[in-house]
Write a protein that binds this ligand. Structure first.
Ligand code: DQA
Length: 152
């Protein structure tokens, strides 16, 4: 199964960007962590990053049209980007919202996610491990034992 990992604005600057908040790992290391997790889970992963909301929306349309599961770190778009939220609502496969930090412990404006209500679930606060956990959740969605038992 192929999974798209999509990263929003400023995440390409990981390593240099506020390392006391986001850690020392670079975006390339994030890509490597996703590749390792995906290999362990038998997933095929493609990681993309953009600072452009229109590009992110176009990638979500692509995922919607191909029923591709998505792991999304919308970065600052999380907190106000309704066009991004509406693109997420069109997804036909699972969507896991991820954050390196835990926005609930940070500034008040970060406490709102416009994406959360259309996501399958959210993983926040574990640094690069947030991505590995999200990929694990997506792999679990396809395992028969992960589905609720039928009553009939
Ligand atoms: C972030 C949290 C957001 O509030 C912030 O704007 C980011 C990164 C995170 O991964 O912790 O750019 O999404």
């Amino acid at each position: 199964m192929r999974v798209l990992v999509l990263n929003g604005p400023n995440l390409g600057r990981l390593g240099a960007r506020e390392p006391e908040v986001y850690g020392a790992a670079t975006h390339d290391e994030l890509v490597d962590r996703c590749a390792t997790a995906a290999a362990e889970l038998g997933l095929e992963v493609e990681v993309r990053q953009t600072d452009d909301e229109a590009e992110l929306v176009a990638w979500l349309h692509e995922a919607a049209d191909t029923a591709t599961p998505v792991v999304l770190n919308p970065a600052a778009f999380t907190h106000y980007a309704y066009a991004l939220r509406d693109a997420c609502a069109q997804l036909t496969g699972p969507l896991v919202e991820v954050h390196l930090t835990n926005p609930a412990t940070r500034e008040r404006f970060r406490h709102t996610s416009v994406v959360a209500s259309v996501a399958t679930g959210t993983v926040s606060g574990f640094g690069l491990e947030s991505y590995a956990l999200a990929l694990r959740a997506i792999a679990g969605q396809t395992e028969p034992e992960a589905r609720p038992p039928t009553t009939a």
